[in-house]
Ligand binder design. Structure first.
Ligand code: SDX
Length: 391
């Protein structure tokens, strides 16, 4: 029979994983980063402030923020050889396939980051990754659509710089509206970290062997790609488009309940939240704001709102404690900003990189940290003699 194993996310002999970065109360729908609620951070902080506190433990002072922002800004450029690396991909490669490859390949450009024994060395690679992910993600998009890569600009904010690298073309400047820049930054914040989810646990396990930070983040990108995890935002928008109109919702609700039907409501349910995902609440408000400010009337928002209303009142979903999660509304905002569906999970990976690398840094800073070794409950054959065959 298949081996069943219990995952030991802390990779320590005690089998527990200690972390001071993020706290989740799944029953109450509470999410704190370094003690600050996600609601407060989404309203009053920007993504780089959240990055600083995830990495350093405290919110930055004005001076610390300015220095951090300056450092990140000056590391957004990638080695020019990376451009050639893309040339090996098919133009129609999924952006996550390209991102997974190029992030791992950064190991080959930053040999000085391969020594991770000191905190400042680990933070240097953490800053490089936070700075370069937007550039790599935008390169995946530009390569996909056959447009030239756009270099990062130091005069733009983190979110505005990313959007400019995504949408600017040599022929004309890309006009960034405040509403779109704010929405993009808030989406980054809402995806920054989430405790020991599948991809973060993957990064921790990879890092526990001493693998270099770029290889560990590439492992995180790979794990996030799955439709049960970060791939859900892309799958959710595809689902809303498949439903198409409000009157077809009951048919899909019934399918989601049918154990013989593999269909699941994408953007619904969670391993931990048995209440509303607080990020979904903020995302829903942001969705209405952005669509109103951009004067976008997207029928998929009507489908999403009605689907949410019906599911939240349905006895099955109530009994299973299934609520919208972070991926339920994000796709509608990203689509309104002009980001294509196949780029959604790359956006999630971009934003989650700081969470991954903060956990990686925290783990390697803990005294007595050991290599991860998930244990298993063996359910296979007992020992038996082997009979040679005539070959
Ligand atoms: C993310 O871990 C994290 O923190 C992840 C994340 C992060 O920030 O890193 O929050 C990001 O991955 C959010 C989740 C995105 N995924 C989706 O939206 C995909 C759709 N959701 C499902 O695949 C599912 O809800 C999971 C994978 C998220 C959780 O699956 P579980 O662990 O099976 O959920 P559960 O144990 O609470 O399920 C209870 C029951 C089960 O049925 P029974 O075995 O009890 O009969 O509800 C069913 C599930 O089959 N169920 C669903 C459902 N989700 C769970 N039925 C229909 N539609 C769904 N979406």
């Amino acid at each position: 029979g298949a081996g069943y194993f219990t995952f030991d996310p802390g990779f320590m002999a005690t089998g527990s994983c200690e972390s001071q970065i993020t706290f989740i109360d799944g029953d109450k729908g509470v999410l704190l980063h370094r003690g600050y609620s996600i609601e407060d951070l989404a309203r009053d902080a920007d993504y780089l402030e959240v990055c600083y506190m995830l990495l350093h433990g405290e919110a930055p002072t004005t001076e610390q923020y300015a220095e951090f922002k300056n450092t990140i800004t000056r590391h957004t450029l990638v080695h020019d050889q990376v451009n050639n690396f893309f040339r090996g991909f098919r133009r129609d490669a999924h952006p996550m396939a390209m991102l997974c490859g190029t992030v791992g390949a950064l190991s080959s450009f930053y040999h000085d980051d391969l020594d991770i024994s000191e905190a400042d060395q680990r933070l240097r690679s953490a800053y490089r990754l936070v700075a370069k992910m937007p550039t790599l993600v935008a390169m995946c998009y530009k390569y996909n659509i056959g447009q030239p890569f756009v270099y990062p600009r130091n005069d733009l904010s983190y979110a505005a710089n990313f959007l400019n690298m995504m949408f600017s073309v040599p022929a004309e400047k890309y006009q960034i509206s405040d509403a779109v820049e704010r929405a993009m930054d808030r989406i980054f914040t809402l995806h920054a970290d989430h405790e020991q989810n599948a991809s973060t646990s993957t990064v921790r396990l990879a890092g526990s062997s001493g693998a270099n930070p770029y290889a560990c983040i590439a492992a995180g990108v790979a794990s996030l790609w799955g439709p049960a995890h970060g791939g859900a935002n892309e799958a959710c928008l595809n689902m809303l488009e498949e439903i198409g109109s409000v009157d077809r919702i009951p048919e899909f609700i019934e399918r989601a309940k049918d154990k013989n039907d593999p269909f699941r409501l994408m953007g619904f349910g969670h391993r931990v939240y048995k209440n509303y995902d607080p990020r979904a609440t903020v995302m829903r408000e942001s969705c209405h704001e952005v669509l109103a400010e951009l004067k976008v009337n997207d029928p998929l928002l009507d489908v999403a709102m009605e689907l949410e209303r019906i599911a939240l009142n349905d006895p099955y979903f109530k009994e299973k404690k299934l609520f919208p999660n972070v991926d339920f509304y994000s796709g509608i905002i990203l689509k309104a900003i002009g980001i294509p569906t196949n780029m959604f999970t790359c956006i999630f990976a971009l934003a989650r990189t700081v969470g991954w690398i903060s956990h990686w840094h925290e783990m390697l800073s803990q005294p007595g940290q050991k290599i991860g070794r998930p244990r298993q409950l063996y359910t296979g054959h007992t020992q038996r003699p082997f009979s040679k065959i005539n070959k």
